[in-house]
Design a protein around this ligand. Structure first.
Ligand code: ASP
Length: 298
């Protein structure tokens, strides 16, 4: 799982310093660890990669320290507009939502699109209407806003700096049957204009899963990630024979070299360990080691 790549905010610098003393401390670290453990528990019980990914992303969406669900970054207009996508590698079924303002867990709405709709992507008012159809209750936009997100928005607005919301979330998994899944959820770039949609809900850009290739979730500067259709490109490299690690490194190298983008990817292939690679100052992440324990890094 990842909890977003981006420049280190002051609280993250403080968190890293704090961690030097208490290795288990820090809310972002604790958040990705909890999400990874929840997904892993599902896989250990024989559950599907799709269930594991969805469960991990819901935990990260509900955690206010991440830029997804509650705690999503605010647009220039001062609202939270959420994007998410989910893909299943066995069937290639996928679902995504963009610009959602009244759903607490956009990944669950993306899942409903995947499972219960003949379409792939719903946006704005249509996504909200579909949410009501599948029984996801409306929530007030202000209930998705945290005091910290509002403070960051005010500071960014004062300096007129756009930027990553620092904390898009994502997960990739391979289950006992060898099926892959990937999911991504975000509030998008802070101070984005209303209606701006990044890579996260775009299949092949922010998210991709194909059992024959790999499962990938991206974070970082969405416009740059879209230019490279990064998730599909990295998955394709695994399909062509690269290890998850080599494919992730090459994807991030190209993100920097070809479009001057900053970001990160998490990747898992049909066999072997996952890879978690970024070229940003930090990326909160957790994964299961070949020995079966959960490792965490910021
Ligand atoms: N990729 C997300 C977007 O562009 C933002 C992020 O990952 O921080 O919307």
């Amino acid at each position: 799982v990842h909890g977003g790549a981006g420049a280190l905010a002051l609280h993250e610098v403080a968190e890293m310093a704090e961690q030097a003393q208490t290795p288990s401390g820090g809310p972002r670290r604790a958040g990705v660890q909890r999400a990874c453990e929840a997904g892993w528990a599902i896989l250990l019980q024989g559950g599907s990669a799709l269930d594991a990914v969805a469960a991990a992303v819901v935990i990260l969406e509900d955690d206010p320290v991440f830029n997804a669900g509650v705690g999503g970054a605010l647009t220039a207009a001062g609202e939270v507009e959420l994007d998410a996508s989910l893909m299943e590698g066995g069937s290639l079924r996928c679902g995504a939502v963009a610009g959602v303002k009244d759903v607490r867990n956009p990944i669950l709405l993306a899942r409903a699109v995947l499972e219960r709709s003949p379409h792939v992507l719903f946006a704005g008012a249509g996504a909200s209407a579909f949410a009501r159809e599948v029984g996801l209750p409306p929530v007030a936009n202000t209930s998705l806003m945290t005091r910290a997100a509002l403070a960051r928005w005010k500071a960014a607005r004062a300096e007129a700096t756009k930027g990553s919301g620092h904390g898009t979330v994502g997960a990739v998994a391979r289950d006992a049957r060898g099926h892959l899944a990937a999911g991504t959820s975000t509030g998008g770039m802070m101070l984005k204009p209303a209606g701006r949609v990044g890579d996260s809900p775009l299949i092949g850009c922010g998210t991709y899963a194909d059992d024959a290739l790999a499962a990938v979730s991206c974070t970082g500067h969405g416009e740059r990630i879209i230019q490279l259709t990064l998730a599909r490109a990295v998955a394709g490299a695994v399909g062509a024979g690269a290890s998850a690690q080599a494919a992730a490194e090459e994807g991030i190298r190209q993100l920097g070299a070809r479009v001057q983008g900053e970001g990160g990817v998490i990747v898992i292939g049909p066999s072997g360990p996952p890879a978690l690679v970024h070229n940003a100052p930090a990326m909160a992440r957790a994964w299961v080691t070949p020995e079966g324990s959960v490792a965490v890094a910021l």
